[in-house]
Design a protein around this ligand. Structure first.
Ligand SMILES: [Zn+2]
Length: 141
């Protein structure tokens, strides 16, 4: 199999903007059946217990940030809103640990990549990922 080569310039953090109890299956089904996406939304999905799933191989683009997907790897944690649907950083300690692990591991693989939150891209009106990813990971080089 020949893997498509793509240049990774962004490691992007997201939240699902769902309840923390949302399952991976429900999230995947929403993308497939409601949004009709061919590719999943993100490469890695981090659950509240800190375990993560790979939803797509890194050589394939996913649907994280419109216009930037060809050059991005997307990481997402389940949660990011309060019970009224307002943005809230409700990451568990286990999620924080796994997110940090993934960011470091990916930055190691793609040293040129910038670490950003979804909201740090131009013309994004969302609060995603509900925390300041740029600041939180600023020391990872
Ligand atoms: Zn996002």
């Amino acid at each position: 199999m020949i893997e498509a080569q793509r240049e990774i310039l962004y490691i992007v953090l997201h939240c699902t903007a769902t309840a923390q109890t949302a399952t991976k299956e429900a999230i995947l089904s929403y993308w497939q059946n409601i949004k009709k996406w061919v590719w999943p939304g993100y490469h890695y999905l981090v659950k509240t217990d800190g375990k993560f799933s790979r939803l797509a191989y890194e050589h394939q683009p996913t649907n994280g940030v419109y216009g930037y997907n060809q050059n991005s790897i997307h990481i997402c944690y389940i949660g990011g809103i309060d019970e009224k649907g307002r943005p809230m950083d409700n990451r568990t300690e286990a999620q924080k640990e796994t997110l940090l692990f993934l960011v470091k591991w990916l930055k190691d693989k793609y040293p040129k990549a910038e670490i950003l939150g979804h909201r740090d891209f131009p013309n994004v009106a969302k609060a995603c990922p509900s925390f300041d990813a740029r600041k939180e990971y600023q020391l990872i080089a």
